[in-house]
Design a protein around this ligand. Structure first.
Ligand SMILES: C[S@@+](CC[C@H](N)C(=O)[O-])C[C@H]1O[C@@H](n2cnc3c(N)ncnc32)[C@H](O)[C@@H]1O
Length: 217
């Protein structure tokens, strides 16, 4: 498949997709990230490297760079940093062939107050975090905005895409206060997370949310 990894960062996902045999274009506005992604791909071997290409630029600038050719466009942990998420998802949709899919992953704003309360923060802090949408960060432009599951889904529907799945990612991981899971339990925890992520009632408490949507025929 032809896959666009928009906001590819260090290329973690792009390299894994390439290892699986897909042709992947890694897009990122940061030259430093693209260098890291290239180094990561080189370490994975020539066959992986051969299936990966790179482009410097933003999601919003996509339309002018490529026609509608991708089977899948992913933007994971990126919409938090773009000024206009609907415009960004529209640009991703325009890059897809008819019937292609997007996968959007963002931090879940609803999970923040739950996390603070479980860490023992007081009611003022928990209430304040229920109302905050934008947070200061050292990274990628100074601000990050977090969204709710319904907001994320609305971005893809406003971009003309049909939702295939809206799911939670990391329902339990950030609530665990004890030691890291034992290595022999990691696969079991992964399965528990995958199962919980499919339960709509857990959407509000998952650390991240994923929306998979399809470009209609
Ligand atoms: C938190 S990293 C996520 C990287 C990768 N997708 C991952 O899941 O590990 C956010 C990335 O988005 C990129 N970015 C920021 N604004 C962007 C934009 N407008 N268009 C595309 N990428 C953007 C940053 O340079 C950074 O590499």
């Amino acid at each position: 498949m032809r896959i666009l990894d928009a906001g590819a960062g260090t290329g973690r996902l792009a390299v894994r997709l390439s290892i699986l045999g897909h042709r992947v274009r890694a897009l990122d506005p940061s030259p430093r990230m693209l260098v890291l992604a290239q180094a990561h791909a080189a370490a994975a071997g020539p066959a992986v490297e051969e299936r990966l290409t790179y482009a410097a630029g933003t999601i919003e600038g996509l339309r002018s760079q490529k026609g509608p050719c991708y089977d899948i466009a992913v933007a994971h942990h990126v919409l938090e940093y773009v000024p206009d998420p609907v415009a960004a998802v529209r640009a991703l949709a325009a890059s897809l062939r008819t019937g292609g899919h997007v996968s959007l992953v963002t931090a879940n704003r609803l999970a923040r107050p739950l996390r603070l309360a479980s860490q023992g923060q007081g009611p003022e802090d928990v209430r304040a975090s229920m109302e905050e949408r934008r947070f200061r960060t050292e990274l990628f432009g100074g601000w990050r905005t977090e969204y709710t599951p319904l907001e994320l889904e609305s971005f893809s529907s406003m971009a003309g895409l049909a939702t295939v799945a809206l799911r939670g990612v990391g329902v339990f991981a950030n609530l665990q206060t004890g030691p890291d899971p034992a290595p022999e339990d990691e696969a079991l925890w992964l399965q528990v997370e995958l199962d919980a992520g499919r339960v709509p009632e857990y959407l509000g408490s998952a650390s991240y949310i994923q929306c998979i949507a399809r470009k209609p025929v």
